[in-house]
Design a protein around this ligand. Structure first.
Ligand SMILES: [Zn+2]
Length: 219
């Protein structure tokens, strides 16, 4: 089994590539995602390259090889199934499970993971709405609108929240914007960088800044 550091690097390279829509990830972004100085990231990435998990080109960046991608999806499967288990079975709030999963994703055995998967009925999404890769390493990649570019005055449902910060997720959760919640964008004021939404049947009004609105993905 790969060390937790190796798994963290591979996972973050995958997530940055997915977010930017570009397979090649600049080393600055790798260091930033892992919270390390660039020199540390480069040393580690060279070791990952020797292990055949990434292709590294100095001054260009790093991209996952096919074994690297497979490992990334396996780590994400562990992470997201654990989050789903904590919410569904242990009554955690969905805004607080990320940090727990960050630890557990490196230690859960394949046997335990498959039992969790079975127990949960093979879920395809985690509590944040992120897709759970299959045991074979396949993953659904959907493209969603955000509250910034979805149609006005049209009912949409929260698909996923593209931020794992616990404070932000708690704010979103308290506001009632949980994955699955329905809402309408009633007003966008570009000059004030704000988006006004009406949530649920009660039509609770909430005004979000553009930064937050861009992190709420809808379908
Ligand atoms: Zn998470």
């Amino acid at each position: 089994m790969a060390s937790s550091t190796v798994e963290d690097y591979i996972k973050h390279i995958y997530l940055v590539a997915e977010e930017s829509g570009n397979e090649e990830v600049p080393m600055g972004r790798v260091a930033e995602a892992l919270g390390v100085v660039p020199g540390t990231a480069t040393t580690m990435v060279k070791a990952l390259s020797d292990a055949g998990l990434v292709n590294y080109a100095p001054r260009v960046g790093v991209c996952l090889t096919s074994p690297g991608r497979k490992l990334a999806l396996h780590v994400l499967r562990r992470h997201r199934l654990i989050e789903q288990f904590l919410v569904e079975v242990l009554d955690f709030d969905w805004s607080e499970v990320h940090e727990e999963a960050e630890q557990l994703e490196h230690v859960v055995s394949d046997l335990l993971l498959e039992r969790i998967d079975q127990y949960l009925g093979h879920p395809t999404e985690d509590p944040h709405g992120d897709p759970i890769p299959s045991a074979e390493g396949e993953v659904l990649v959907d493209h969603f609108d955000t509250l910034i570019n979805c149609p006005l005055d049209t009912e949409v449902a929260v698909a996923r929240i593209s931020d794992q910060d616990a404070d932000f997720l708690q704010y979103i959760s308290k506001a009632g914007l949980n994955p699955g919640a329905s809402l309408r964008v009633v007003n966008r004021v570009l000059s004030a960088e704000s988006v006004e939404v009406e949530i649920g049947e009660a039509g609770t009004r909430l005004t979000l800044g553009m930064g937050a609105a861009g992190k709420v993905l809808v379908r």
